[in-house]
Design a protein around this ligand. Sequence first.
Ligand code: WTA
Length: 649
Amino acid sequence: MKYTMQNLLKEDRLFSVSQRFKEGARVKDRSLFDLADNNYCDYWQKEAENLHWFKTWDRVLDWQPPHAQWFIGGKTNISYNCLDRHMPALKDRIAYFWRGEYEGCERMYTYGDMHEWVQKCANGLKKLGVKKGDRVAIYMPMIVEAVVAMQACARIGAIHTVVFAGFSSHALAERINDAECTLVITADFVHRKGKKIPIKKQVDEAVKDCATIEHVMVFSTVEESCAMTSKRDVWYHELVEGVANVCSAEPMDAEDPLFILYTSGTTGKPKGIVHTVGGYMVGAYTTTKYVFDIKDSDVFWCTADVGWITGHTYVAYGPMLNGMTQVMYEGAPNYPHKGVFWEIIQEYEVSIFYTAPTAIRMFSKWGADILKAYDLGSLRLLGSVGEPLNPEAWMWYHEHVGNKKCPIVDTWWQTETGSIMITNLPSIDKQKPGYAGKPLPGIEVELVDESGNQIQHGSGLLTIKKPWPSMLRTLWKDDARYRATYFRSPDYDTYYCGDAAAKDEDGNIMIIGRVDDVINVSGHRIGSMEIESALVDHEAVAEVAVVPKPHEIRGEAIVAFVILKEHILPDDALKNTLKKHVVDMIGAIARPETIIFTQDVPKTRSGKIMRRLLREMVHDLPLSDMTTLANQEVVSSLKEHYQFAKSRS
Ligand code: WTA
């Protein structure tokens, strides 16, 4: 079998939840699964009926593979459903407990506050001339204003594209240009580990290359000012001075785009994943409710940044659609100290905690003693997302964070799927370390081989057989790439997610990892080609091949094999320069951990780099089929180079 099974461990440990958890759970039996198995449209329709529609849909689904439309003819608004729908009942309920990075900096925002703010911000957007269908880039720190900005766009029908604030100005400009945004919403500074990073300056740098930008709207987070370009730049607080605090939500067509979120693919250019209003809303609402088994008394903390899909679905939308109270933290897990996450859980009595395997592995490395100083008794459910949660990390999470009493939902999904697809609901199925579990109601998955034949045992490509409401609709301005990336001829009716997986005899699914050239560093997807393009952009570089290698904490780390131009001296200073160049072009998340200078890389006779061989080399695996290799001699010298570089690092 082609997909490596190295992390497919024999796992016999199974964990059940207490009778009490089961009795109190929202999903007590398989009736939702049965309903969905019987007719998945009925299942989704029933969930959609829990939300507010200005006009009900005429048809639930129109599936013309590979294009799905959901709730056709329906009119709704996601911001209305997050806010107005809860008024006046939840007016005084806390929507967000927000904690700033430095001691004592905290704020609370009720649903009433959020309602008022979002409406004001929406009126501010209108004042700037933003209309339905316009694209707005959001480049913000983890402050509640980021959610306000997203919801304000959604309220008036503008399409937001949030760009993670860790991306460089170059990466920001690339996304603004692809989406042809007319406005960027940002803040003056980001607080990161005790430093103030002037993020507005990065926006200034980016928009120099963006002809479509008319305005930059800036939230002020500190006393000191930052440079503003007259006419183009506006302070948010000045813009909304005197604007009405009522702005009714635009009735949006269910299939109108809600947002574009860029994610890495296998070419140098990021893909603009397009999600639409109605289907995404139903997916976010339903999965939040069932997967996290939510109750009115819960305090939910998803640690993801709003710049990623997890921050969209499980910070900005899903919990608010359900009227939940959330925690949002501005800072890093180790600032101001390594116990800050546990301090936050204790202080706000967090009951549901949703984080990434990288963070869990980091906490386990820091040691369980740190947690002992805090009371984590409020926790009742834990979640994980973004990468495979290996059994050791699973056990550590279970023992030290969950005190052996909290079930863990290991949730598999993607930017493209919009909401969680696979996880075991603890009230229904046992949990098995290392396994995400089974698909949620309405989701049908299948493992197939390269030719699309179903695989019963062992590992294969993970596919989704039926459309679901929160699936991506297309790639922004590139429907051909949408078709080619996720579907296969002649039928185009099965979604290929790009991951390999394996199934145990009970149907539990273990995600093995990407089968394409996408690297997953700390749960962040980065395309090999994106990093390669950034490196060849440097004047010293002739050619590059980038592959992932296993990393104890981050899951994967980036290794770059670099061929320099003639007469360029390969030294350590140049390695650092090249690493910095990647950071400038993409962002710190894409910084290569190892750079290896080499004379050549393995290639096919048609000149394509065989990353597969390099991947095997850095994984210390035996090298597979080399018959198509044009330059056989390069492999042994590269192997030596690599071993040498490894021994020095
Ligand atoms: C990986 C994040 C193993 C997978 C929500 C997927 C996972 C990619 C899991 C999507 C999981 C996500 N176990 N791997 N529970 N969840 N992945 O678009 O490779 O940032 O294709 O969405 O992350 O990453 P994305």
